[in-house]
Design a binder for this molecule. Structure first.
Ligand code: ARG
Length: 703
């Protein structure tokens, strides 16, 4: 039985594994058997000839992968988009395929140079002809998809491949007759999976196991109700039978060694055109400009990685390299994304890196009104720690109260338009909120080669900070603390109870007494244990002099709480002479404001502890205003809370014994943060020593 369907194949005369351009070829160089590959190829050829017409293209010596005719190009009707191979190992096949298509009377379209696209290996027509699925991520560029749509006049749905074993779309995806789809979901990113699920109903989706996937079960040729493939599990065959398909297995393991099977070895050259189908590509592109020490600071790498990791692709249009160490570079990068949604998320990351959307220079930000108090419009732009500007009525307006995780609220006042970061719950009806990512830019300090080095050092990327490194950070911090104090600046400390348990209480108290701290933020616990120590000499029942647990000591902190409650506040207990030392004592004595934010696990709480968290957040924000440095001492909860309220430009020094906490806080990408993985008691004692050295007249400048 022969239908009008026809395929192109290429005999395996010169087939071999000669090089490695996909993971299957690794370890298989010259390991395929000539005889067996000929036999297997003929097996497939024989089966197909019973169901369709099979044309042949002459194999060429030196082009061993030419057997994989799926990669010749993509055919629809009389048009063909010729492949542009990514690897030079296959580029020499292009002219032979081109010649074949031209001789057969096809109209051949060729993509711009350097825009890879690997034909029907990466582009599969829905078998009902409704649209084209196109893959990207390994061999084909996303930017080729708009060309496919234009030349073939069809809707293109872009799917991103993320598992290098499934480097071509046809290795993990096979549209079948009647709208069925055979595929391996894990080969795709989550956005692509959602797209697939939107287009193909659950009853029509046949998701296969990894075991079937690595046997190339998706690399199948579907002609009406038959599916020809290398191998399928019994389970898969049964599921396909239920959907009305009959599987014909034909061994192709010699070709698996090169990363191909049944589908790769064929190209369907009769693909009917549907009248009602027309071009449509959701692929969006934008041109962005980046400036700074792009190479030295690694900014360009970060930007490009970010684009790809988030499902986009890029083309660097211009790169102006700064030639001296101090001169900055500038780049124009075209970013493409498979949809507006993906584009928005990529752009918002790039804005964080300081990128400017070029055509956007002429576009205002998009605004939407708040219609429900405390609720932002759906697509609201989420703010970052970086100084931000927003374009309104043709002018860039600086955003006030910069903080992360807020919305950009715009209000008109008698003095003009005001743009402010507001947390969602503070939004009011009448506010306008910036939505989408257009008309927004952030101002980033240019980061130098030197800063990158200090930053990497501070991140403790190695996981451990050597003693000497801790000392170096301490020297630096001591120096800055001195500078800030002497110039009347502001340092805020957030501290957890570990400061007291590790014996750091006295040191912190000394810092406060000597004027190095202008506000203290923490929870109920630091105050409780500090006061317990002041009144009873223990911290959580442990004798701080001898380091051993005191009998019945676990009750101590409750006694401490009870005592303070009886006086009505910490300040009153200090006045009454009940507390005579410690961190809280020094705060009261030296008029250093503090805020204790409560939590669900608090004992007591102390009368001073603010159990209304919305009020506590507001108080934290108030005390943080104008801070130049924040010392974060072993409190993940309070430090992260503070980090969220703090704009870039404020130096944060985070000390914790747990590297994860330090990384989490330093990782906000602001160059001013320093992380130190060490015992906080030890850190404070070193810090005091260092400050004392600075006070002695024999000191030399450090830092
Ligand atoms: N060795 C070839 C390559 O890596 C195999 C191509 C398989 N073809 C396909 N349509 N998946 O390019």
């Amino acid at each position: 039985m022969t239908s009008q369907i026809s395929f192109l194949m290429c005999p395996p005369d010169y087939y071999d594994v000669d090089y490695v351009i996909n993971p299957w070829m690794e370890g298989n160089i010259h390991r395929s058997s000539r005889d067996r590959s000929v036999e297997q190829w003929e097996g497939l050829h024989h089966i197909l000839k019973q169901h369709a017409i099979v044309g042949l293209v002459k194999p060429q010596k030196g082009w061993p992968d030419m057997v994989f005719t799926a990669n010749a190009g993509l055919v629809l009707g009389n048009n063909v988009v010729l492949s542009r191979f990514l690897h030079k190992e296959r580029q020499g096949e292009e002219p032979y395929f081109k010649k074949w298509f031209e001789e057969k009377g096809y109209t051949v379209y060729e993509l711009p140079k350097d825009l890879p696209f690997e034909g029907a290996g990466d582009a599969l027509l829905d078998r009902e002809g409704r649209w084209l699925w196109a893959g990207y991520g390994f061999r084909s560029e996303l930017d080729s998809h708009p060309y496919l749509a234009k030349w073939l006049d069809i809707e293109v749905l872009s799917l991103r491949l993320i598992d290098e074993r499934f480097y071509h779309l046809d290795t993990c995806f096979c549209p079948l007759k009647n709208g069925y789809l055979l595929y391996y979901p894990s080969a795709f990113d989550s956005y692509s999976n959602r797209l697939i699920e939107m287009r193909v109903s659950p009853q029509k989706r046949i998701a296969i196991s990894e075991a079937d996937a690595v046997n190339f079960a998706c690399n199948a040729v579907n002609i009406d109700h038959i599916i020809v493939m290398n191998k399928a599990s019994e389970e898969l065959k049964a599921r396909l039978a239920e959907a009305g398909f009959h599987v014909i297995e034909t061994p192709l393991n010699e070709f698996l060694k090169a990363g191909g099977a049944a589908k790769c070895l064929t190209l369907r050259v009769t693909e009917p055109v549907l009248e009602e189908v027309h071009a449509n590509v959701p692929v969006e592109s934008r041109i962005l400009r980046l400036e700074g020490h792009l190479l030295d600071s690694g900014l360009i790498n970060r930007a490009l990685d970010l684009i790809v990791d988030n499902g986009g692709s890029f083309q660097v249009l211009n790169f102006l390299l700064g030639e001296q160490r101090q001169s900055t570079s500038a780049a124009e990068v075209k970013v493409s994304a498979p949809s507006h949604e993906v584009m928005e998320s990529i752009i918002s990351y790039l804005i964080d890196l300081g990128a400017v959307d070029l055509p956007q220079d002429e576009r205002d930000a998009k605004l939407e009104p708040v219609t429900q108090p405390g609720v932002a419009p759906e697509d609201f732009y989420v703010t970052t720690i970086y100084p931000t500007e927003v374009r309104l009525n043709g002018e860039w307006v600086k955003v006030q109260n910069q903080r992360m995780d807020g919305a950009l609220a715009i209000t008109s006042t008698p003095n003009g338009i005001v743009a402010k970061c507001k947390i969602i719950r503070d939004l009011e009806v009448g506010d306008y909120v910036v939505v989408d990512v257009q008309g927004i830019r952030t101002i980033r300090k240019t980061e130098s080669r030197e800063q990158r080095n200090t930053q990497e050092f501070s991140f403790m990327s190695a996981g451990v900070s050597s003693e000497r490194r801790v000392e170096l950070v301490v020297e630096q911090v001591a120096w800055e603390l001195r500078q800030i104090r002497d110039s009347g600046g502001k340092v805020v400390v957030t501290a957890g109870p570990v400061v007291i348990h590790t014996g750091g209480g006295d040191h912190l108290a000394q810092l406060i007494r000597e004027g190095y701290v202008q506000a203290l933020l923490g929870g109920n616990a630091i105050a409780v244990h500090d006061i317990e120590q002041a009144i009873m000499g223990t911290s959580l029942g442990v004798d701080m002099q001898r380091g051993i647990a005191v009998r019945g000591g676990h009750r101590h902190h409750l006694k401490a709480i009870n005592t303070i409650r009886s006086y009505g506040s910490i300040a009153k207990a200090v006045e009454a002479g009940v507390i005579q030392s410690g961190v809280m004592y020094e705060c009261v004595r030296n008029n250093v404001p503090f805020c204790l934010a409560g939590s669900i696990r608090d004992d007591g709480p102390l009368p001073d502890t603010q159990m209304d968290l919305i009020k506590a957040q507001a108080e934290y924000a108030r005390l943080l205003e104008g801070a130049e440095m924040i010392l974060m001492l072993s409190s993940m909860l309070h430090s992260i809370g503070v980090g969220n309220m703090t704009p870039a430009g404020v130096k944060m020094v985070c000390v914790d014994i747990n590297p994860a906490v330090v990384t989490k806080l330093s990782d906000r990408g602001s160059i001013e943060s320093v992380g130190v993985v060490t015992d906080v008691g030890l850190f404070l004692s070193l810090l005091i020593q260092q400050l004392e050295k600075l006070t002695s007249p024999y000191t030399t400048k450090v830092g």
